[in-house]
Write a protein that binds this ligand. Sequence first.
Ligand SMILES: O=C(O)CCC(=O)C(=O)O
Ligand SMILES: [Fe+2]
Length: 204
Amino acid sequence: MPPPTTWQSLLDMPPLWRHDALLDADEANRLLGCLERDLDWQQPSLTLFGREHPIPRRQVWMGDREARYRYSGRDFVPEPWHPQVARLAERIAHALRDFSEAPRFNSVLLNRYASGAERMGWHSDDEPELGQEPLIAAVSLGSERPLRFRWRDRRAPAFNVNLTHGSLLVMGPGVQRQLQHALLPRTSHGIRISLTFRHIVIDT
Ligand SMILES: O=C(O)CCC(=O)C(=O)O
Ligand SMILES: [Fe+2]
């Protein structure tokens, strides 16, 4: 496990870690503006009980060409790496050098929440293409919002993790299997962008 100087351990087992200053405020501001401007933010619909619902946020999938993912029963090829996002992936890999299980991230889901009303419901990132025990690294930009976690077996109370501008949250092996997370709606919040870096296992 990494030295605890810049890292804060939120859970020991499974490992949940936060780094509050991956980017300084200027870097985080610049990246937020650049992603806002450059990316083609999408709002796909999901089918739930036979009805189509547009997702309550915008998103972009980005990554290596081979890192395809399935979504609503269809195969998607990710957008090519934006140079600033590719640089950020390298920076995270560097910050994670002391985690023995740190993967090489070949894809990232970017989420854009225009206001506190936009959100993401309870889920785990446990799609088969992420492998058995994924490590997911999430960078937050913009308005500070809590990510709420709950244990699937309700062994302990749910808790919030505050995601500040420029911070990095690491969800280590076991987090997706044992917990769910959600970005719940909040009043009076400004724009927020998150980038969740993942490793998609490529079938050969
Ligand atoms: O926006 C967030 O911090 C949560 C994103 C998330 O859970 C995901 O991309 O799977
Ligand atoms: Fe997630």
